[in-house]
Design a protein around this ligand. Structure first.
Ligand code: HEC
Ligand code: HEC
Ligand code: HEC
Ligand code: HEC
Ligand code: HEC
Length: 164
């Protein structure tokens, strides 16, 4: 993965529709990126920016080259886009602050979930209507378990944790 070393960690903070939505402040991001503008108003597909690589279980966060497909021509005078262009030009990783992360000792695969018909919104909520993503809701064991019970997936401990 390509996360910067300075990335903050929020334990268990995705929005799970089945869990209680706990309001939290959106973290300060290196660039004022808006999902509402890009995925909502412009209707860009999630997969334009979040590619599940082959082989791979993660969605990943886009880096500047993806953004520059448009921003080499769009809004080039904006201070934020100048900063973006500098990341691209210097081949620097954009240090996006994670808002959705679970501990490494938990087994999780995007590919398996999406192939099984779970939608992005089932777990991440209405991202395309959100200006700034916040660590909100719960992505704890209870949130996983609730959906597994509802959709007849296993809740055996070893399904999500390595046997000790
Ligand atoms: C498909 C084209 C496209 C892609 C890809 C794209 N953008 Fe944009 N972006 C736009 C357009 C068009 C606007 C102007 C929207 C408006 O003003 O209503 C915009 C606006 C913005 C703004 C606001 C700029 C300002 O000062 O108003 C930021 C910041 C931004 N984009 C960042 C990004 C980042 C970061 C990425 C990559 C993760 C990205 N964009 C990818 C088309 C794109
Ligand atoms: C134009 C590119 C772009 C598109 C389209 C896009 N995203 Fe994102 N996404 C980003 C960027 C950049 C970040 C990191 C900054 C942030 O959190 O806002 C991000 C972060 C996220 C995160 C938080 C990940 C974490 O751990 O911090 C989730 C969840 C997410 N996106 C889901 C979606 C979904 C679902 C869609 C489709 C409805 C979507 N995104 C469409 C660029 C995009
Ligand atoms: C079954 C629930 C679930 C579904 C469905 C789901 N996600 Fe996630 N998503 C998660 C979890 C859990 C994490 C945290 C993963 C981790 O920390 O390893 C995550 C993390 C992410 C991240 C951060 C980068 C990464 O790969 O860890 C992005 C971006 C993201 N999801 C986008 C999406 C998009 C786009 C879709 C739809 C194609 C989607 N997710 C579908 C639960 C889900
Ligand atoms: C929105 C519903 C939903 C949520 C939330 C959800 N899951 Fe699942 N998960 C499923 C379904 C449905 C399957 C069964 C897929 C199948 O039958 O192939 C599954 C399968 C799995 C598998 C087995 C994948 C494989 O190898 O076949 C693991 C591991 C797993 N989930 C872990 C998690 C974890 C960890 C979380 C919480 C972070 C979580 N799930 C949250 C619906 C969900
Ligand atoms: C569907 C996936 C899933 C299943 C099944 C599951 N867990 Fe978890 N577990 C998680 C996730 C996600 C976390 C991390 C988030 C949290 O702490 O709630 C976690 C965290 C934990 C932790 C660490 C708690 C902490 O605060 O550090 C323990 C201990 C644990 N699980 C034990 C179990 C046991 C015992 C079982 C069987 C009864 C089980 N888990 C079944 C997903 C699962």
């Amino acid at each position: 993965m390509v996360w910067g070393a300075s990335v903050k960690h929020y334990g268990g903070v995705c929005i799970l529709v089945l869990g209680a939505a706990l309001a939290a402040e959106a973290p300060e991001q290196p660039l004022p990126f808006s999902h509402k503008a890009h995925a909502g108003d412009m209707k860009l597909q999630c997969k334009m920016c979040h590619v599940n690589p082959d082989p791979g279980e993660t969605e990943g966060i886009p880096q500047a080259a993806v953004c520059m497909e448009c921003h080499s021509a769009v809004k080039t005078e904006s201070p934020a886009i100048r900063k973006l262009a500098a990341y691209a030009q210097n081949h620097r990783i954009i240090p996006w602050v994670r808002t959705c992360e679970i501990p490494a000792f938990v087994t999780f695969s995007h590919r398996k979930h999406v192939t099984a018909g779970n939608t992005c919104q089932d777990c991440h909520g209405k991202v395309a209507e959100t200006e700034r993503l916040a660590p909100a809701g719960n992505l704890n064991m209870g949130g996983c378990m609730n959906c597994h019970q509802a959709r007849n997936a296993s809740i055996d401990c070893t399904f999500c944790h390595d046997p000790q």
